[in-house]
Design a protein around this ligand. Structure first.
Ligand code: SAM
Length: 232
């Protein structure tokens, strides 16, 4: 397998998988991540779960082409229902979807997480949904990462079992990301701030109704919070 083909985003997700883990990659269009993990010998076995037929077939084809059919089981299944008893999956990766969809997948299949001790989530947007899910379900954030690739900014959240409490800013921006404030992190939040200021400015030009007033208050609240993200 040509590991150069794997995006930096998925390589970053792979870097949080422990050596010898048994991984279920949920939403495994093409099964690139499981193939990379097996190819680099980081894991011996993995499950690739996909809910849509086309991507599932691409995953099956890819696994076969790479010669990994013994090591990687591809299943057509909704979310965590790709994990079966006896798989001994200890690590779940879910990448390339919105935060709310990832949180819904975790919530609706959470009984399948009983043997899982690490979840590596890579939301494309609204990562807060995953942090809120983690707090409600006794998972704690043990690391986070932010990166930019092809003009897009991505976050990675690594969860292990444990109860944590996060404040408003940590839920929104991520406790580890907030503490390290990398250039990419600052770029993300400066971009959000500019966007919300733009929305607020255009709302101010609109005739005031109750709905517009509420929206303006909401935008002002976001802007204040993002200001704190950038300055604290
Ligand atoms: N994980 C890959 C990545 O990060 O490049 C693929 C991301 S792709 C944008 C999202 C994939 O998740 C799609 O193939 C979609 O069919 C799949 N998906 C969405 N909802 C799912 C669910 N409930 N269960 C399994 N797969 C799902």
């Amino acid at each position: 397998m040509n590991s150069e083909r794997l995006s930096n985003r998925l390589k970053a997700v792979a870097s949080y998988v422990k050596e010898g883990a048994v991984v279920a990659d949920i939403g495994s269009d093409h099964a690139y991540l499981p193939c990379f993990l097996v190819h680099t010998k980081k894991v011996k076995t993995a499950i690739a779960g996909e809910v849509a037929k086309g991507p599932y077939e691409s995953a099956v084809k890819n696994v076969r082409r790479e010669g990994f059919s013994e090591a990687i089981t591809v299943r057509l299944a909704d979310g965590l229902f790709a994990i079966e008893e006896g798989d001994a999956v200890d690590t779940v990766t879910i990448a390339g979807m919105g935060g709310p969809l990832i949180a819904t997948i975790l919530e609706s299949g959470k009984e399948r997480l009983s043997q899982v001790n690490r979840i590596i989530a890579q939301p494309n947007i609204y990562s807060r949904a995953i942090r809120e899910w983690a707090v409600s379900n006794k998972w704690t954030i043990i690391d986070e990462h932010i990166l930019k690739e092809d003009g897009k900014i991505y976050e990675i959240i690594v969860l292990e079992k444990g109860q944590a409490m996060y404040g408003e800013l940590e839920l929104m921006a991520g406790p580890f990301l907030l503490a390290s404030k990398t250039d990419v992190f600052l770029e993300k939040w400066e971009g959000e701030l500019a966007e919300w200021n733009r929305v607020l400015a255009s709302l101010k030009k609109t005739a005031e109704t109750d709905a517009i007033k509420k929206k303006k208050e909401q935008m002002s609240g976001y802007i204040e919070l993002v200001g704190k993200v950038l300055t604290t």
